[in-house]
Write a protein that binds this ligand. Sequence first.
Ligand code: B16
Ligand code: MG
Length: 210
Amino acid sequence: MNYKGVIFDLDGVICFTDELHYLAWKALADRLNIYFDREINNRMRGVSRMDSLDILLERADREYSVVEKEAFAAEKNAIYADSLRQMSEKDVSDDVRNTLKTLKERGVRIAVGSSSKNAPLILERIGLDEMFDAVSDGNGLEKSKPDLEVFLKAAERLGLSPAECLVVEDALSGIDAGVAGGFATAGIGAAASYDKADYKLEKLSDILSL
Ligand code: B16
Ligand code: MG
């Protein structure tokens, strides 16, 4: 590992809450009678809650006020947060667990860089709340991915410069954020074929040889 630190995205990299996001947005879209599918949901990867709602409302046949939109976002989050209660340590794969453990043994500092305001709850549910040296999440962020803020804060909290860190992401917006911040980037899942990523991963443990 040629990097002193690794910053991991949460949803889609460490665990797979993306299906739960999909189901919660789908429930809201159905109630509002707006067409929604997994392809549209894919565009919401790494994107903040309110920006995700704007993507969902692109297909609405009327405009909604800020107050209405805030109520919709709260409605979706209530469904999503409720579904997070079914998550447990079993939702972390052996590959993810072994990768984090190996990095720690090698003295590499590790952080979470997530757009999600639910990140602390998710980390607690999956039993990784004590694992990371730093967490930078959607709480208190001014700008969401593809802005570099979330990863800059993570690097700062690790006490490292962007050039010393690798960002691992499943979202195109997350790779863009990493590139904008001057980080090396590795794409996995939906971002594995993204040409802006420096490395393409089949599985998380592939980073151990970078
Ligand atoms: P919340 P990540 C992101 O997490 C999700 O990929 C994205 O779908 C979601 O809209 C965003 O968090 C905000 O989540 O509503 O829980 O604050 O991939 O950056 O870990
Ligand atoms: Mg993600």
